[in-house]
Design a protein. Structure first.
Lengths: 282, 403
């Protein structure tokens, strides 16, 4: 019993890191531009499939695929923002519909390129696990937790220490004010969207050795939504704590009450929306 | 009903017909259409198109008129289909089963709307999408309820392929045709309206074609139950669509409908004017849910295939979104037109796209939002207004030149 709980907790921590990589992008895009990006789930999934292509088609190492995935995600995000979202600036419902359409475009692109058969590639360095105090801990989980924490730290440093990061945060507070101060807010929009997309791609690539590459990955977007709502919109620190909460709760339900997975997450979101719409950490 | 009440009522009906001859003309044309179609396949495609037209119209009450981005309508649609299937399997009659679909739809609409008191715009999209996915997942797991992967077979309701229904179908078609014919003739004589002449010619042509092609089909239908089944489904789905359109048009044109449009345009202002906007939005969602459930029920009836949990999938939300934005948000005719176009394209293009159909629909959605944001009907409406203005400006210019 206690062992199952510990395994679930470790799974939950790893899941929390993946959720954070989705939620941080979503929450910053929402806070800055007022767009809820439904295509984020497809971006996450694309990240996982990119690993398969980089490893098996290009013959490169798994560790190389992470920066490749990040940069491809950045480019795709910038293109999507400039071509489809910028012309609809200010029309929130229209932008929402566009991102929902993009979700289907990218999901179907995955089917066109990689087919529907799920694949799993575990790099040899991450295979197997270690016995820690009588408990087998899989290497992939440890890798995801450590890398996720490092990325979260890097994001925090970028947002709070660099000039561009501070502009992004200021834009989340009040985009019009930032524009009035003479900063080209459109470029900040593109940068933020591209960064969020790149983080989702990176999350997908991290998830690949654990979850494999399959079409169900885009469903993790819903956990991202829950974390965004619980953490408070536009609040990346809040979304980190919320991701921890959602990840652990999700892993525990998956272990003990499999029939209610996703239902409980949704209930958390509904409760937070009804009781404290600004989020628990906002 | 007492006999002396009949007179005024009939007169009111006549006034209604003369007021809006186009609805009745189009109804008459569509009632005769299956008899002049080259094959029964087209009749079935049209029945499916009616179902999706109803779905799109109901969806537009929420998204187009009230501005509620509900992305969970697929669940309402699918549960409507299941409600009808369960009722028919329990041995209930078709009207009762359709009522059950309506009840299921409005209940789910109310459930989604219950979040509206606290949740707005984008949050609402998120909540409805998540709720729909949860319902889909739960139904997927509850095999005893949903039939699982193989689905539930929909039993044919009693009487849908009976001679009585077929004959009453024919009778109603003729009734619609002749009422419409005489109303249009009168309008032409009295008002010399050009549109009445156009409608008269259209229904005249359809009627002549019917006289040429119809009798053999009717003869066959009287002896084959499969023919009667397909005609019965066509008749049922079109009649429901027509009735829903008339009801929804009244709703949209009423004061209630104007409040909904006001909420879409500027919710704060409506609130400041003293309207309880949350109540209006909840009502809109319930009405939309009711007709969505009805459309789902009709789909189960018309599709002739077992109902599986995939009918609850988010793909249907995408499809209905495409119909609405292609035809034009905020109109009732637009979504119906959009549904017709996409169902036709689906039939013609699916063989080429195969499994990649959603690549096509997704791209189309993005392109429409970028380049045709008002849809076909909306753009036409806007153009006509601006054409009139242009004409007025031209006349003013000419007058100025003369003086």
């Amino acid at each position: 019993m206690i062992e199952t709980v510990l395994v679930a907790l470790i799974d939950g921590l790893a899941l929390a890191m993946l959720i954070f990589l989705i939620a941080s992008g979503l929450t910053m895009i929402f806070g800055l531009m007022g767009i809820l990006n439904f295509a984020h789930g497809a971006f996450f999934m694309l990240g996982a499939y990119l690993v398969i292509s980089v490893v098996s088609d290009l013959g490169l190492d798994y560790s190389v695929s992470l920066p490749i995935s990040f940069s491809i995600g950045f480019v795709i995000g910038a293109l999507v923002e400039m071509l489809t979202l910028r012309p609809l600036h200010g029309k929130h419902v229209a932008q929402l519909i566009v991102t929902l359409g993009l979700l289907y475009v990218f999901t179907q692109l995955v089917v066109v390129i990689w087919g529907t058969v799920p694949t799993l590639y575990i790099p040899p360095s991450l295979a197997g696990g270690n016995k820690i105090m009588g408990l087998t801990v899989l290497n992939t989980r440890i890798f995801i937790i450590i890398t996720g924490l490092l990325i979260a730290l890097a994001l925090h440093l970028f947002l709070s220490k660099t000039r561009i990061g501070l502009i992004v945060l200021a834009g989340v507070e009040d985009a019009q004010m930032v524009e009035a101060l003479g900063i080209n807010i459109k470029r900040v929009f593109t940068l933020t969207f591209a960064l969020g997309t790149a983080l989702a791609f990176l999350g997908g690539s991290l998830a690949e050795p654990w979850q494999g590459a399959n079409l169900a990955l885009s469903g993790y977007m819903f956990l991202g939504f829950v974390a965004v709502v619980v953490g408070g919109l536009g609040n990346y620190r809040g979304s980190f704590y919320a991701s921890l909460l959602v990840g652990i709760v999700h892993a525990l339900t998956a272990h003990f009450l499999p029939i209610l997975t996703f239902v409980i997450d949704f209930l958390i979101m509904a409760l937070v929306l009804l009781i404290r719409p600004r989020g628990l950490f906002g | 009903m007492r006999l002396e009440e009949l007179g005024p009522r009939l007169r009111r009906l006549k006034a209604l017909v003369e007021e809006s001859p186009h609805i009745l003309s189009i109804a008459a044309i569509f009632y005769f259409l299956p008899f002049i179609m080259p094959s029964l396949y087209w009749t079935r495609i049209l029945s499916t198109a009616f179902v999706f037209a109803l779905f799109a119209m109901a969806y537009d009450i929420a998204l187009g008129f009230t501005g509620l981005p509900s992305f969970g309508h697929a669940a309402i649609f699918g549960m409507g289909a299941y409600a009808l299937t369960w009722c028919l399997r329990a041995g209930l009659t078709l009207p009762l089963a359709l009522l059950a679909s309506c009840a299921m739809g409005s209940a789910l609409g109310a459930l989604m709307a219950s979040f509206l008191k606290r949740v707005r715009e984008i949050y609402y999209a998120m909540v409805t999408l998540a709720l729909a996915e949860i319902i889909h997942m739960l139904m997927d797991k509850a095999v005893w309820l949903s039939g699982g992967f193989t689905g539930l077979r929909v039993p044919k309701p009693m009487g849908i392929s009976s001679e009585a229904l077929f004959i009453s179908y024919l009778a109603i078609s003729f009734l619609a045709f002749f009422t419409c014919f005489f109303a249009l003739l009168r309008k032409l004589k009295v008002e010399r309206s050009k549109s009445a002449l156009a409608y008269l010619m259209a229904i005249g042509i359809v009627f002549l074609l019917f006289l040429a092609l119809g009798p053999s089909l009717i003869w066959e239908a009287l002896y084959t139950s499969v023919y009667r089944l397909i005609f019965g489904m066509y008749f049922t789905s079109f009649t429901v669509l027509l009735a829903s359109y008339i009801i929804l048009r009244r709703v949209v044109n009423s004061a209630f409908g104007s409040v909904l449009v006001g909420i879409r345009e500027n919710e704060e202002r409506m609130e400041a004017l003293g309207y309880d906007t949350a109540k209006y939005k909840i009502m809109a969602m319930i009405i939309s849910g009711l007709f969505t459930g009805l459309a789902g029920g009709l789909l189960a009836l018309v599709s002739l295939m077992p109902i599986t949990p995939s009918v609850l999938g988010a793909e249907y939300t995408i499809e209905v979104l495409l119909y609405s934005i292609l035809g034009g948000l905020g109109t009732l005719v637009g979504p119906m037109l959009g549904a017709g176009i996409v169902v036709f394209l689906d039939m013609r293009l699916r063989p080429f796209f195969g499994a990649h159909w959603f690549l096509f629909t997704g791209t189309l959605i993005v392109l429409i939002m970028l380049f045709l944001p008002y849809g076909i009907v909306g753009t036409l409406l806007i153009r006509r207004v601006s054409a009139r203005r242009l004409f007025a400006r031209l006349i003013r210019y000419v007058k100025k030149r003369r003086s």
